[in-house]
Write a protein that binds this ligand. Structure first.
Ligand SMILES: Nc1ncnc2c1ncn2[C@@H]1O[C@H](COP(=O)(O)OP(=O)(O)OP(=O)(O)O)[C@@H](O)[C@H]1O
Ligand SMILES: [Mg+2]
Length: 337
């Protein structure tokens, strides 16, 4: 659906050349919620702005729906843009326009609709985002979450196939963030819209994304399905992001002499009492120092920090049998005590 092919982007500034993106290659399949995470300045906004050509790449190609938008003529570009909605951290609503006028704005640009059709579409969209009663209000009269819903309604007005979200929940409190994320999920599932979502919060990725790319200094350092990325992060930056939500460090005060292991459980293993069964069989006590079970894209993922107490050879047998059950086991070394 969206192919980004060896794209680089440089900005010329008074202080010299800034490289925002370097050799980025990315393939976003139709129907996904695709997350892009990275710290500030990683190049996330630049990347997403290339997709609707708010920025032009310095080199490389961007293909949307089989069409190379890097070389698109202005007239066709306008048409293409109607196929891509975008929402922003600061909502970007027109302050002097009512909610209804804000939503009509992109439809009026295309000049295809009668007044009745416009009104009907506005009602439809407001209904969808649950704010029909705010039709004649001005943005200043709305809460942050409501403003974002209107931003979403406006982005959906032209029936796009793609919705780009640049930190769409970063200005909102956690509860409102959840509401907006649920709305985005509905948009993805009910309207079958492909969503590309930028965030610096792993919680957001965990909540709704199917696949995710991690960016650093203009490059994509890792990309994977959400479950795989959370359960097996490879790049140090990815590990930092994953740790920020899984909280899987060794608690303070645990002596370094203890033998600690990290057990990673998948969905099926969580539902069975393997740990206690195998512990009993080999007379090994598993002492849980930290544990979490997380729901990731409808699958459970267990992450336990465990001390194995028992004679060494028995511990080894027990660990072996746990591994045969598919539980991933890593020895934990070098932790701070
Ligand atoms: N118009 C511009 N002119 C000059 N430099 C720019 C411009 N836009 C972005 N940059 C630079 O490109 C780099 C990437 O910026 P970008 O806004 O894409 O990062 P980001 O990952 O979205 O960061 P944040 O999380 O803070 O929004 C930064 O070094 C930034 O200063
Ligand atoms: Mg940004």
């Amino acid at each position: 659906m969206i192919e980004i092919d060896e794209v680089s982007k440089q900005f010329q500034t008074k202080k010299g050349t800034v490289t925002a993106l370097q050799d980025v290659t990315l393939n976003i399949e139709r129907g996904q919620i695709f997350g892009i995470v990275g710290y500030s300045g990683a190049g996330k906004s630049t990347l997403i702005r290339l997709i609707n050509k708010l920025e032009k790449p310095t080199s490389g190609r961007i293909i949307v729906d089989g069409e190379n938008i890097t070389t698109l003529k202005p007239q066709l570009l306008r048409k293409r843009r109607q196929n891509i909605g975008m929402i922003f951290q600061q909502f970007n609503l027109f302050k002097a326009k009512t909610v209804a006028e804000n939503i009509k704005y992109p439809l009026k640009l295309s000049k295809k609709y009668s007044k009745e059709e416009l009104d009907q579409r506005v009602d439809e969209l407001l209904n969808f985002v649950g704010l029909l009663d705010k039709k004649y209000d001005y943005p200043a009269q709305l809460s942050g979450g409501q403003k974002q819903r209107i931003g979403i309604a406006r982005a959906l007005a032209t029936n796009p196939e793609i919705l780009l979200c640049d930190e769409a929940t970063s200005a909102l409190d956690p509860e409102t963030t959840d509401e907006i994320l649920r709305l985005l999920k509905r948009i993805n599932q009910e309207l079958n819209i492909t969503i590309v979502l930028i965030t610096h919060e792993m919680e957001v990725v965990k909540a709704i994304c199917d696949e995710v790319a991690v960016m650093e200094q203009g490059r994509i350092v890792e990309q994977n399905k959400v479950f795989e990325l959370f359960t097996n992060p490879l790049h140090p930056t990815t590990k930092r992001f994953v740790h920020s939500v899984l909280n899987d460090h060794v608690p303070k005060g645990v002596e370094r002499s203890r033998k600690l292991y990290r057990f990673i459980f998948n969905h099926q293993q969580i539902l069975e009492p393997v740990l206690s069964q195998i512990g009993r069989k080999y007379e090994v006590d598993f002492n849980i120092l930290y544990g979490s079970i997380t729901e990731l894209t409808d699958r459970l993922f267990g992450n336990l920090l465990i001390e194995a107490v028992g004679p060494d050879y028995k511990v080894q047998f027990a660990l072996l049998e746990l591994k045969q059950h598919g539980i991933e086991i890593k020895e934990v070394e070098g932790f701070e005590s």
